[in-house]
Design a protein around this ligand. Structure first.
Ligand code: SAM
Length: 230
């Protein structure tokens, strides 16, 4: 069955408005429902790719009921160490904001998140490691007025991401036509989102994804078994 035009339009519109310069880095966040809620917020705001510090390359555990399928729409890049993740993001020009509940941190409402921004979120029990805090460009916090000292990590992530989106919307900086997404990443992502099963098959075979036309139809030849998955 060819992909429905309306669905393909929706997929294209969502991808066109994804931001490559807004992301989160998850350090040692363990609870699947928190990871799922964070990914769901990333999808809602329009983050193209999030980062996690993987335990020996293990993929993140998510809860589908919390994520509501959003894990299909947000790429998660796993890094061996926080140092390598931060180094990579700094080379790409990201300003790294560590979330730290302390005197030296800045109120997030006083920060400018309109440039390339990465929020680093810490473990449910301990927060960010000391060594990680030392790598940050800026420590930030969300002021608290209650008896409990901190927010749930997924709530803190949502507040920060939506603040970044608010600032960018105000200045008309949110992409509408895939601005900032490299051509190959755009082509691969739209294929993976439109034909996830064929994409898996191509990856297994180690071959490039077939080309698709403007209507989302596959224009290259595929084996009959794979055509049936479309
Ligand atoms: N005792 C830990 C601490 O001092 O960081 C609490 C960890 S908190 C439950 C887990 C994560 O949520 C934090 O590492 C941070 O990323 C985020 N977080 C929670 N409350 C926050 C706040 N008010 N401002 C910024 N980030 C917050």
């Amino acid at each position: 069955m060819p992909v429905l035009t309306r669905r393909f339009e929706k997929i294209r519109n969502i991808l066109n408005s994804r931001m490559t310069d807004l992301t989160v880095v998850l350090e040692d966040i363990e609870k699947p429902h928190n990871i799922s809620a964070i990914i769901r917020s990333c999808d809602a705001v329009g983050v193209l790719e999030a980062h996690s510090i993987g335990k020996e390359g293990k993929s993140l555990q998510t809860f589908n009921s919390t994520a509501q399928g959003s894990q299909k729409w947000v790429k998660i890049k796993s890094h061996k160490t926080i140092n390598s993740a931060i180094k990579e993001l700094k080379i790409k020009g990201f300003k790294i904001y560590g979330t730290v509940l302390g005197d030296k941190s800045c109120d997030y409402r006083d920060c400018d998140f309109t440039g390339p921004t990465a929020f680093v979120l810490g473990a449910e029990k301990w927060g960010l490691n000391k060594e990680t805090i030392a790598l940050m460009d800026q420590s930030i916090f969300i002021p608290m007025r209650g008896m409990v000292q901190s927010l749930n990590v997924s709530v803190a992530t949502a507040i920060l991401l939506f603040e970044a989106l608010r600032q960018r919307e105000k200045l008309g900086l949110v992409p509408t036509d895939g601005e900032g997404i490299e051509e190959k990443v755009y082509k691969d992502t739209i294929f993976e989102w439109t034909y996830p099963d064929v994409a898996k098959w191509c990856k297994k075979k180690g071959i490039d994804y077939p080309s698709i036309n403007n209507k989302g139809e596959i224009i290259d030849n595929l084996p009959r078994t794979e055509k049936l998955r479309c």
